[in-house]
Design a protein around this ligand. Structure first.
Ligand code: AMP
Ligand code: ZN
Length: 113
């Protein structure tokens, strides 16, 4: 996806503050953090959103969650963290390359709205 912001970040065409990378996953600090820890974890394969996950590409999402567990251990997020995926504009999705927000380091309320 030539025009996709996050595909460009994966390719290094747009700079990012990398937190983690493996064959399937890339993670970087959110440019506009909403909490002391705010990391975006993305599959390297371009998947637009949660609604486009299929039997063929879902392995990438499993890899994302393996990476999240590693990052959380590395950052020692013992007090807990939240994983958020916004799916669709009304839910707040602004970049249409599927991504998961890892948020930590503050008290969080529930429900969100
Ligand atoms: P969402 O609104 O769920 O689609 O999340 C998109 C996130 O991408 C937002 O939290 C933005 O702050 C973040 N973002 C947008 N551009 C960049 C960038 N160049 N580097 C890092 N994070 C970005
Ligand atoms: Zn993309």
């Amino acid at each position: 996806m030539d025009s996709c912001l996050f595909c460009k970040i994966i390719k290094g065409e747009i700079p990012s503050s990398k937190v983690y990378e493996d064959e399937y996953v890339y993670a970087f600090n959110d440019i506009n953090p909403v909490a002391p820890v705010h990391i975006l974890i993305i599959p390297k394969e371009h998947i637009c959103g949660a609604g486009e996950v299929t039997e063929e590409n879902s392995g990438n999402i499993a890899k994302v969650f393996e990476a999240i567990a590693k990052i959380a251990k590395r950052l020692d997020l013992k007090d807990g963290y939240r994983i958020v995926n916004n799916c669709g504009e009304k839910a707040g999705q602004s970049v249409f390359h599927m991504h998961f927000h890892l948020i930590a380091g503050c008290e969080m309320g529930w429900p969100p709205c």
